[in-house]
Design a protein around this ligand. Structure first.
Ligand code: UD1
Ligand code: MG
Length: 377
């Protein structure tokens, strides 16, 4: 928690001279989010018992052949995080002192989309929906936000490119809404298919959320435009509770996992990050934070569209003697990392993939802020 929140807290409370009421809102949001962390910690063992009793569990595939691989691990614990998160995000509206009511319409529409996504994700965990239908779920869940969205539908063309395009501001109209829809579909599914190692689903989400938080506070600090500041403030209020509640889940899902997060969590996480990017008006930057997921998706295309056979689980081979994983021919980052950098344990592989995510996002954080500042001036 300290590791992930320290840079953000430093920037918000020491480095940038943020307005007092904004700081107060962030502080209250942080305090409620911290409460949410402890609630999730308390509730997960309880929910895990209920889920096991209902037969909602999975076997840990990367431990197959060991006694650990025979244990039934409760599935879909994302449902706990989703519910606690929604309660916090709904309650927080009471404490937001800076915004007008127009903002709250979109904020609530975003929450409706997240809530709808949690429901559909849980249905997927219960019914095990075929892959093609899975693609449709985020499309349905994004509808509340798409219908309520009244923000800008134009994008600013960076100065050096403006002379080629002919305009400085390109109005996209309904195409912008199509872009929002595609973003929701991409974010949800790309997190879901970059998975299968203990801690990877939640780990990547936590890294992206921490990066989004830092990005928001840097943009607030460096921008003089009130609307830009407000958009990024809303984005902070949505990400902060998401980060803390996810960290509590990570505690249980880290190697060796005592719970699995389920598609409930991966869809919920993808949708939350997508709405955060849309409401904060930085969806292009958000996509850049998803670079490892974009790479993983591109490598997966042949299997996803069945040009090449696709097994139910595209996971490495586990050697019970050495306890190491070996990469298979499947086209995903998990296996490509093993093929490139050699055999390793499940825990090290997860850490390597997370370091890749961190190094990419931190590099980008520096560049994107320099670039955005240049565009603004
Ligand atoms: C996606 C991936 C699949 C990967 C799976 C793992 C694609 C197209 N699909 O499918 O390749 O195997 O996620 O989540 O890329 N599990 C583990 N260890 C973990 C997490 C999950 O063994 O750390 C296993 C458990 O048996 C668990 C199951 O994966 O029950 C959950 O799979 P599910 O999330 O339903 O798979 P998909 O999202 O359909
Ligand atoms: Mg999944």
């Amino acid at each position: 928690m300290a590791l992930f929140l320290a840079p953000f807290s430093y920037l918000a409370f020491v480095h940038y001279p943020l307005a007092a009421d904004l700081r107060r809102s962030i502080l209250i949001c942080g305090a409620i989010s911290l409460g949410g962390f402890f609630v999730v910690l308390r509730l997960i063992p309880v929910a895990a018992r209920y889920l096991l009793r209902r037969g909602m569990f999975g076997k840990d595939i990367n431990k197959k052949g060991l006694p650990m691989g025979e244990i039934t691990v409760p599935e879909s614990l994302g449902i706990v995080v989703g519910i606690v998160y929604l309660v916090i995000a709904i309650l927080f509206q009471h404490f937001n002192f800076t915004a007008d009511s127009i903002w709250l319409v979109e904020y609530n529409a975003a929450l409706a989309s997240v809530c709808f996504m949690i429901l559909l994700g849980f249905i997927d965990d219960v019914l095990d929906i075929p892959w093609r239908v899975k693609l449709l779920l985020p499309t349905i869940a994004a509808l509340p936000l798409l219908m309520a969205y009244a923000g800008g539908t134009s994008i600013i063309i960076p100065k050096p490119l403006a002379s080629y395009v002919g305009v400085e501001v390109l109005e996209l109209g309904w195409m912008y809404k199509l872009f929002m829809l595609l973003l929701a579909v991409f974010c949800t599914n790309s997190i879901n298919i970059h998975a299968g190692l203990n801690g990877l689903e939640v780990g990547q989400t936590v890294v992206i959320s921490a990066a989004v938080l830092i990005h928001n506070v840097m943009r607030i600090g460096s921008s003089k435009d009130l609307e830009t500041q407000q958009a990024h403030a809303f984005s902070i209020y949505l990400v902060l509770p998401f980060l803390t509640t996810s960290l509590a889940l990570l505690g249980f899902n880290w190697y060796p996992s005592s719970v699995f997060v389920g598609d409930t969590y991966t869809y919920f996480a993808g949708m939350t990050l997508a709405v955060v990017g849309i409401l904060g008006h930085f969806s292009e930057t958000l996509l850049l934070f998803f670079l490892p997921q974009v790479l993983n998706f591109l490598c997966s295309v042949p299997q996803l569209f069945h040009f090449v056979p696709c097994p139910r689980h595209r996971l490495p081979r586990f050697d019970t003697q050495t306890g190491l994983l070996t990469g298979t021919k499947d086209g995903n980052l998990v296996n490509i990392f093993l093929r490139l950098f050699g055999k390793c344990s499940e825990k090290s592989l997860c850490i390597r993939l997370l370091i890749f995510q961190v190094s990419w996002t931190s590099r980008l954080e520096t560049h994107s802020n320099i670039f955005l500042a240049a565009v603004e001036t």
